[in-house]
Design a protein around this ligand. Structure first.
Ligand code: HEC
Ligand code: HEC
Length: 221
């Protein structure tokens, strides 16, 4: 009985969110329900063909998002489970970015699993991210990352596969992501409260720290 009740109240919340849509205060205050990794087995060979269109941006090291300007995130060495969570977020429209939403909108669960298997398995040397951070800023960021490393790892390699690796990611992308969690444009039940108290300077220092940890890598053609 209890289980049934839980299910129906979750269904009611979903129905309400669908009725009122993302533009209302109601939907903005309540983060969307968390996404689970896709449990289908990914076929990396099939993912190769599906990833063709992604290379225009993710295959060009240093390619920028135009406005606001930040470097396109690295996918090489990223966790497959996290990639499936990210793509589902764009697909259902709860993670905003017009191009990525368009890219993900036509992908099936199997497509997403295949693409994730492909990118996560690509060979590449661990890289550091592009950063303007000084050694002093990196050290300050490390000191401020005590909570973060419990999930994202001392060197930016996450403790669970559904959490993103941050090591070697571009600093400008990390700043963009953290700022979006802070102002609510990117909604996540875990990350929202965690970054809500960080000021801009701390965000930059933390981003500089994770960017300086070699792990993720570009996926050039
Ligand atoms: C026009 C450039 C462009 C193309 C083409 C593109 N992406 Fe992206 N991608 C981006 C940008 C910019 C972001 C960061 C968006 C944001 O701020 O959320 C991103 C984010 C992502 C993320 C989230 C990364 C993270 O760390 O959270 C994944 C996964 C991803 N893209 C996969 C793909 C796949 C798979 C394709 C092809 C089907 C693709 N992208 C095509 C520009 C592009
Ligand atoms: C309880 C585990 C946990 C803790 C602690 C945590 N994170 Fe996260 N982090 C996550 C999860 C889960 C996501 C993916 C959320 C989503 O889907 O948007 C994430 C996403 C991120 C992203 C976006 C990565 C990308 O590729 O788009 C950044 C940046 C980040 N976290 C930084 C931090 C920082 C900085 C802290 C400390 C202030 C922190 N995290 C603490 C679990 C955690």
């Amino acid at each position: 009985m209890f289980g049934l009740k839980l299910v129906s109240s979750a269904a009611a919340a979903l129905a309400l969110a669908a009725l009122f849509g993302p533009a209302t205060g109601l939907a903005q205050k309540a983060p969307p329900p968390p996404l689970n990794p896709i449990s289908l087995k990914g076929d990396a060979a099939r993912g190769t063909a599906l990833a063709e269109t992604c290379y225009g941006c993710h295959g060009v090291p240093e390619s920028h998002n135009a406005y606001p300007s930040y470097l396109v995130p690295k996918l090489g060495g990223q966790n497959a489970d996290y990639i499936t969570v990210a793509l589902q977020g764009y697909r259902r429209g709860t993670r905003g970015h017009e191009t990525m939403q368009a890219q993900a909108s036509t992908l099936s669960d199997q497509d997403i699993a295949d693409i994730a298997a492909y990118f996560s398995a690509l060979d590449g040397k661990p890289e550091v991210g592009r950063t303007g951070g000084t050694a002093v800023q990196v050290a300050a960021g490390k000191a401020k990352s005590a909570t973060c490393v419990q999930c994202h790892g001392q060197e930016g390699v996450a403790a669970a596969p559904q959490w993103p690796n941050l090591g070697g990611q571009h600093e400008s992308y990390l700043v963009q992501a953290l700022t979006q969690y802070k102002d609510g444009r990117r909604a996540d039940m875990l990350m929202g409260p965690l970054v809500s108290t960080l000021d801009d300077r701390s965000i930059e220092e933390i981003a500089a720290f994770f960017a300086a940890q070699p792990h993720l890598h570009n996926t050039p053609r």
